[in-house]
Design a protein around this ligand. Structure first.
Ligand SMILES: *Cc1c(COP(=O)(O)O)cnc(C)c1O
Length: 397
């Protein structure tokens, strides 16, 4: 097939001279890790999402580890989550020597089915780790309701959800404003805003926040920032096991610039997603992602379901032959080799919907720099591929 001149990646970070200038400022300041830029980024992020506390760390996986540890998850405990997620979600549970307990996803969409959560609770359940998959808020209101009834903490894997919103008691609120106990964000380049790598924990609980700050820096009793400014000699102590989960000031300076763009990035992404949905939702054989009336996604990814007569791999290859990158839908953790064996996880429900979703969904290109013509090109190409798979499919248009 002809090699397309127009290459459309599936995602692309928005970075320019503003981020370069920010890093330059930090390099020349001489303070390059967990200093004033991290503190400023934390307070700006907390303001953005509406959280009393925000603590920056090296990535979201480590944020999840600290969050789980903080609510007391330890050896022999169980944490209810989904298999239909990036592997880091369940890995963080295993870092605590606890057992991931998987429930299936909803019939429509890629998030945890709240109807399945309550029956999965056992005396060992120490937390519910829900995921706002691909940036789409999960049914947090119902998850929190169930958790409250059983006095179990809720941790949100909000890795993809910076800038997403949820209708909460009649108000639109950003994910990260504490609805559960702790929310964890990622700033990996595949997310809507990036610091290269990076993570953030938000919470309303001052004691949680204090622990995050202690543990992320080896549990050192006196942070560098305090010793640096002290007029007297101070000896630090290490009362418990800690970690090096610091974010650098270089990353935080980039993050502060990214945060200024986030609102505009999400608006543009929502326009692009709407264009996809407008063109693709009438097409027989495709299931466009729905947005519940109580959710506003940042559309970190736009994932389309394919009917059984449309082959996933062939469709992705045909798109690629035309210069359009795509990705398979979200993975299933329980199908990976690292999750073989009853000591690695427990499936509390059938995981059929999760498995089918992985096998029959495709993530289409979506990034803020895309033009409307790029979306049209991706749509036209996909439709021509489906028309070949079944010429009758386009009659629905
Ligand atoms: C990206 C992602 C993570 C991991 O984030 P890192 O910052 O790369 O550690 C965790 N959970 C989900 C759902 C993700 O998409």
């Amino acid at each position: 097939m002809r090699h397309a001149s127009h290459q459309l990646p599936v995602a692309k970070p928005v970075l320019d001279e503003r981020e370069v200038e920010a890093v330059r400022r930090v390099v020349l300041s001489g303070w390059v890790t967990q200093g004033p830029e991290v503190a400023a980024f934390e307070s700006e992020f907390a303001d953005f999402v509406g959280a009393p506390h925000a603590c920056a760390v090296s990535n979201c996986t480590n944020a999840l580890h600290l969050a789980l540890k903080c609510v007391g998850v330890g050896a022999g405990d169980e944490v209810i989550t989904v298999s239909h997620s990036f592997i880091a979600t369940a890995n963080a549970i295993r870092y605590c020597d606890a057992l991931p307990v998987f429930v299936d996803i909803e019939t429509s969409g890629y998030n945890m089915d709240p109807d399945l959560v309550e029956a999965a609770i056992t005396p060992r359940t120490k937390a519910i780790l829900c995921v706002h998959q691909l940036g789409m808020p999960c049914d947090l209101r119902r998850v929190v309701e169930i958790a409250k009834r059983h006095a179990i903490p809720v941790i949100e894997d909000a890795a993809c959800a910076a800038g997403s919103e949820i209708l909460w008691q009649g108000q639109w609120e950003r994910i990260g404003k504490p609805h559960g106990d702790i929310a964890c964000f990622s700033f990996h380049p595949r997310k809507v805003v990036t610091t290269g790598d990076g993570g953030m924990l938000t919470t309303a609980n001052v004691e949680h926040d204090r622990k995050f700050r202690l543990w992320r820096q080896h549990s050192m009793s006196v942070p560098d920032t305090v010793r640096h400014g002290a007029r007297q000699v101070i000896y630090e102590g290490y009362a418990e096991l800690g970690y090096n989960y610091r974010m650098t000031d270089l990353q935080a300076a980039i993050g502060r610039e990214q945060l200024k763009r986030l609102g505009a990035l999400v608006s543009r992404r929502r326009e692009l997603a709407e264009q996809y949905t407008e063109r693709l939702s009438p097409v027989a054989g495709l299931q466009t992602p729905g947005e519940p009336a109580w959710a506003r996604s940042n559309w970190q990814s736009y994932c389309v379901g394919l009917s059984e007569w449309i082959d996933q791999r062939e469709t992705m290859q045909a798109l690629l032959d035309c210069g359009i990158s795509s990705r398979r839908g979200v993975m299933n953790i329980h199908l990976e080799k690292a999750y073989v064996g009853s000591e690695t996880h427990r499936a509390a429900t059938s995981l059929t919907r999760s498995v089918v979703a992985q096998q029959t969904s495709v993530i289409l290109p979506l990034f803020a720099q895309m033009s409307n013509a790029d979306v049209a090109l991706a749509v036209d190409t996909l439709l021509s591929i489906i028309a070949v798979a079944s010429p009758t499919a386009l009659q629905a248009l």
